[in-house]
Design a protein around this ligand. Structure first.
Ligand code: FAD
Ligand code: 8RB
Length: 462
């Protein structure tokens, strides 16, 4: 049987979004081809030697469930109940993310996750073509040109979906024929990955069920557990600082030896757990961080962007992948619902662009919160009140972190309600050192007057 050409889609990139989208579309009866520049990681092994892990949250899990992938992915994860804050004096404290173990996030190895998604996309009927790097696109004739191991390929398409990540080649090609309004705000901080290996007996060298944070004001380290009892540590540090003030930066900390000295001073407990810190620092690249904004995600009915290709963000809310996965579900639904493809792409953009902007903004804000505010007294009192209010008014007051991480309401709603809640927390704690002196009748009245109830979460599976 020849496939209906109107039901054919060409996806660029078999990373996290491309594979999930391929699975979702193939399950809905679409004929899907995916082109990926790299080889099949199931054969060649994924970035041998470096284990990069990601935090998977509820939005991502719901999208994985819609593709039948949640169970296989969850087998590979480590639960993270909260932030384990490592203070300068060496003491640690767990700040729970949610109410109980039903509100947690999950650390998953990128390679293992991608492996599961490749299998699921293929099992659903999508064809994945490795060693096909998108080079250029002729939008008039609808032919995409790829570079491969065995030369170049000219491949006709009905519509292209760009899931080719932050450096998207499809975006570049679209930009040449349309005004996408493409701009990137680079953060003046960068990152470096380091590794904590297992203990001699093969166990974790710190509490495994937490996301570890070492807040240090202008900079910080984090660590996420891997299922092979290691941790991936990420140092986030300004690119430049005032040397005369002794401000650490990637300019002043140039090599592994500098880094060791810096860690012994500022992250002493972590330093003791990273035997190869010098080598990791010298070998691993320094990564840049930025936010990509576009005004236009699609080119009529011919191309559309999803995930990082459309809205790369800074990592501080751990939502880049989760948001990309939500995009995939939204796009699959619009394509099903709206037979006119240009209209479906436009509806997808109208739904998702404001929400992408919202999570990009919240991700930037969470950097300051993680590195600077987690050990601050005012902040801790506001957090305590936040917890109380969430208990007293569960239908109205849901902490912003929880709205982003454990719920499905649109990111833009989380941002708007979060702003309102923050104003209330600041007002209600002003002049107080403890919650004991609050007038709870007045507090409750303020909440019911100013914070409308949230609509109940839909519990129906997608
Ligand atoms: P990608 O996963 O980057 O996939 C793009 C794919 O396209 C790749 O396979 C690439 O090889 C392919 N490709 C690129 N160019 C071409 C081309 N020209 N032709 C063909 N194929 C091409 N997000 C979270 O939610 N939680 C986290 O904890 C988290 N941690 C992160 C940690 C690190 C170190 C990094 C770098 C990111 C992290 N993110 C996290 C963000 C997350 O990785 C991204 O948001 C997510 O991968 C986006 O998915 P994507 O499919 O859009 O892009
Ligand atoms: N990209 C995360 C959070 C929020 C944690 C909290 C933060 C590393 C690159 Cl920095 C970061 C979070 O508020 O307590 N949840 O998940 C993941 C994070 O960084 C990931 C591992 C990361 N992403 C380039 C580096």
């Amino acid at each position: 049987m020849t496939p209906d050409p109107q039901k054919h889609l060409t996806i660029i990139g078999a990373g996290l979004a491309g594979t999930l989208l391929a699975a979702l579309l193939a399950r809905r009866g679409w004929d899907v081809d995916v082109y990926e520049k790299r080889g099949d990681l199931r054969e060649v092994g994924f970035e041998r030697g470096r284990s990069i892990n990601l935090a998977l949250a509820e939005r991502g899990r719901r999208a994985l469930s819609a593709a039948g992938a949640d169970e296989a992915v969850m087998r590979q994860t480590v639960m993270m109940r909260g932030r384990m804050v490592h203070f300068v004096d060496g003491h640690v404290a767990l700040q729970r993310y949610g109410r109980d173990d039903s509100e947690v996030i999950w650390s998953v190895h990128r390679g293992e996750l991608n492996h599961v998604l490749l299998d699921i996309a293929e099992a659903a009927g999508a064809r994945i073509h490795f060693h096909h790097q998108l080079d250029r696109v002729d939008f008039d004739t609808r032919i995409a040109h790829f570079d491969g191991r065995d030369g170049s390929h000219a491949i006709p398409f009905q519509a292209l979906i760009g899931a080719d990540g932050a450096g998207s080649s499809l975006r570049t090609a679209m930009d040449e024929v349309a005004e996408l309004g493409d701009r990137t705000d680079f953060l003046d901080h960068s990152y470096k990955e380091l590794e904590i290996p297992p203990a001699a007996d093969g166990s974790f060298r710190m509490e495994p069920n937490a996301l570890h944070i070492w807040p240090r004001g202008r900079y910080m380290c984090i660590a996420l557990p891997n299922d092979e009892s290691t941790f991936t540590v990420t140092l986030f540090l300004p690119n430049a600082g005032d040397d005369s003030l002794g401000e650490p930066s990637f300019e002043s900390i140039r090599n592994g030896a500098d880094a060791r000295e810096f860690f012994e001073r500022d992250f002493d407990d972590a330093s003791a757990l990273i035997p190869d810190l010098e080598r990791d620092f010298d070998r691993n690249p320094t990564g840049v961080l930025g936010t990509l904004y576009l005004d236009q995600w699609h080119l009529d009915d011919r191309a559309v962007l999803v995930g990082d290709a459309a809205h790369a963000m800074v990592p501080f809310h751990g939502q880049g992948m989760n948001c990309a996965f939500e995009d995939c579900v939204a796009l699959a639904e619009h394509l099903d619902r709206t037979p006119d493809r240009a209209a479906a792409f436009a509806a997808f953009q109208a739904e998702r662009l404001p929400n992408a902007r919202a999570i990009q903004h919240m991700a930037l804000e969470n950097y300051l919160e993680m590195r600077d505010r987690v050990d601050d007294d005012d902040y801790l009192l506001q957090r305590e009140l936040e917890r109380k209010l969430a208990e007293r008014h569960p239908d109205r007051f849901v902490p912003r972190y929880a709205m982003v991480t454990f719920r499905h309401l649109p990111y833009a709603v989380a941002l708007q309600r979060g702003n309102l809640q923050r104003e209330l927390l600041v007002e209600l704690t002003r002049g107080h050192d403890s919650l004991d002196t609050l007038d709870w009748d007045a507090v409750d009245a303020a909440i019911t007057a100013r914070l409308p109830p949230l609509p109940p979460e839909s519990t129906t599976p997608l």
